[in-house]
Design a protein around this ligand. Structure first.
Ligand SMILES: [Mg+2]
Length: 395
C-alpha cells in the first residue's frame, strides 16, 4: 500500500460562544490521506498561519511511501534526515511551530489509516483501553458581561445542566473590566477581589460536585499568579493552567512550591518541552494537544512519561469532533488520564463534521468509546459542504 495523496479541506462557520463568551468565526482544517488501495485516513490540523504550506511539504514527502510508516514521517518533519546527501530534510529542523502542527495532522490521519488497515481501533494500537468512556471538560472561557454576578452563576449551572461535571474558565476573562494596564502581566487588587466574587458565583451555580479549572493563558507575572492562588484554593479549583509565560520552567517550579492548586502546562508543547518541565518539577499535570504535540503517538508518549513521575495527563483540545474523538483514543489508552477538553457546545456544526455510526459524540459528560477500526469516524458530507470556506471543495 502506498500513499497517493494528502488532501486538506478548510471549513468555516459561527462559534456563538467564543473567547469571553463573545461570538466569533471559527475554522476547522481536516486532512485526508489517500492510498492506492481503498484504505484512507482522516485527521485534523490547526488552521493556523503556515500550516497548509507545511502540510504540502509533508504531502510531497509521503506520496509513494508506505502509510503505516508514520514514525519515520514525523521524525523527518520534525528533525529531518541524518543521512549525508539525503535531500529529505525538514524545512525548519525545528520540532515546534507550523511544521510540527502539520506533522500532527497528518500523523493523526495515518493512525486512522493504520487502524482501518488492521481492522483495529486506535486505542488498541496504543496498547489497549483502560476505560470505555472518556471524561470531558467544557471550556466556557467567560461571560459576555463579566460585571453581572448572575451571569457567572448561570455559566456554572449551565454546563452541569447539560450533563458536564467539569468546566474551565479563563482567568483573564473574569475581571477584564477592572484591568488598568494591558501589558504588564499584573492583576490589581480590584481584579483580585472581583475574581474572588465572580468565581464564588460560578461555584454557587455549578455546585460542589462540579470540577472547575482555571486557565491563565501564560499571561501573568509570578507575583500576580501567587496572589490569585488563595482565591483559587478557596473556590476549590481543580487546576491552575499556564499561569506565567511558558519559556521559564524555574518560575513555574517556584510557584508550584508555594501553591496547593495543581499546576497544569503544555498545550503548545512538543515532548521535549514536557521533559524539561517534568524534570524541573515545574508542573503537576501535563496537558498536550494532539494538534500541536506531534500527533497521537506523541501525546500518548507524553502521558507515559508523566505516568513514570506519577503525574496525570489532561488533554488540551480546541478542535472539532475529529480531534476530539482522536484525543479520546489517546485518553482511553492512558491509565493516568484526567480530562479531555471541548470548546464548542454552542457551535453544533463543529461537533458534527465527522460522526460515529450509532454513537453520539458525547454521553453523560464523556466521549463513549467504540471498537470500530481507526477512530471509527466518517465525514458528514452535508455538514462539511454547508461550511466549506471560500474556494474549498469537499473531499
Ligand atoms: Mg489553555
Amino acid at each position: 500500500m502506498r500513499v497517493t495523496d494528502v488532501r486538506t479541506m478548510l471549513l468555516e462557520g459561527p462559534d456563538p460562544h467564543g473567547i469571553g463568551g463573545r461570538p466569533r468565526t471559527w475554522q476547522v482544517l481536516l486532512v485526508r490521506v489517500e492510498t492506492d488501495s481503498d484504505v484512507y485516513g482522516l485527521g485534523e490540523a490547526p488552521a493556523f498561519m503556515g500550516v497548509r504550506e507545511a502540510l504540502a511539504y509533508g504531502r510531497d514527502w509521503l506520496i509513494g511511501r508506505d502509510p503505516i510508516q508514520a514514525g519515520p514521517f514525523t521524525r523527518m518533519m520534525l528533525y529531518g534526515s541524518m543521512l549525508p546527501g539525503d535531500p529529505q530534510t525538514s524545512p525548519t529542523a525545528t520540532p515546534t511551530g507550523p511544521i510540527a502542527w502539520a506533522a500532527s495532522g497528518i500523523e493523526m490521519a495515518l493512525c486512522d489509516l493504520a487502524g482501518r488497515a488492521f481492522r483495529a481501533p486506535v486505542h488498541a494500537l496504543l496498547g489497549g483501553a483502560y476505560r470505555d468512556r472518556v471524561r470531558v471538560y467544557i471550556d466556557r472561557s467567560g461571560v459576555t458581561n463579566p460585571t453581572q454576578l448572575d451571569a457567572w452563576e448561570r455559566a456554572g449551572a449551565d454546563a452541569s445542566e447539560r450533563d458536564f461535571g467539569f468546566l474551565k474558565f479563563d482567568l483573564e476573562q473574569i475581571a477584564p473590566d477592572l484591568a488598568t494596564d494591558r501589558w504588564n502581566r499584573t492583576l490589581n487588587r480590584s481584579q483580585l477581589a472581583a475574581i474572588s466574587e465572580r468565581l464564588s458565583a460560578v461555584r454557587k451555580g455549578a455546585g460542589d460536585g462540579v470540577d472547575i479549572a482555571i486557565d491563565a493563558h501564560m499571561m501573568f507575572d509570578l507575583t500576580s499568579s501567587l496572589a490569585v492562588v488563595p482565591v483559587l484554593e478557596s473556590a476549590g479549583i481543580a487546576w491552575f493552567e499556564d499561569p506565567t509565560p511558558i519559556t521559564n520552567p524555574d518560575a513555574l517550579a517556584d510557584l508550584r512550591s508555594r501553591c496547593r492548586v495543581p499546576i497544569c502546562v503544555g498545550e503548545m508543547f512538543v515532548p521535549e518541552q514536557f521533559r524539561l518541565f517534568v524534570d524541573r518539577g515545574a508542573c503537576d499535570i501535563v496537558h498536550p494537544d494532539l494538534l500541536f504535540v506531534g500527533g497521537v503517538r506523541a501525546a500518548h508518549a507524553v502521558g507515559q512519561y508523566a505516568d513514570l513521575h506519577y503525574l496525570p495527563l489532561a488533554l488540551h483540545n480546541n478542535g472539532s469532533a475529529m480531534s476530539t474523538v482522536a484525543a479520546a483514543h489517546v485518553a482511553a489508552a492512558t491509565p493516568n488520564f484526567l480530562g479531555l477538553e471541548y470548546h464548542f457546545l454552542d457551535a453544533k456544526w463543529i461537533g458534527e463534521v465527522v460522526r460515529r455510526e450509532g454513537v453520539e459524540l458525547f454521553a453523560s459528560g464523556t466521549v463513549p468509546m467504540t471498537d470500530a477500526p481507526g477512530f471509527g469516524v466518517e465525514l458528514d458530507a452535508d455538514v462539511c459542504r454547508r461550511h466549506l470556506a471560500p474556494g474549498e471543495s469537499l473531499f
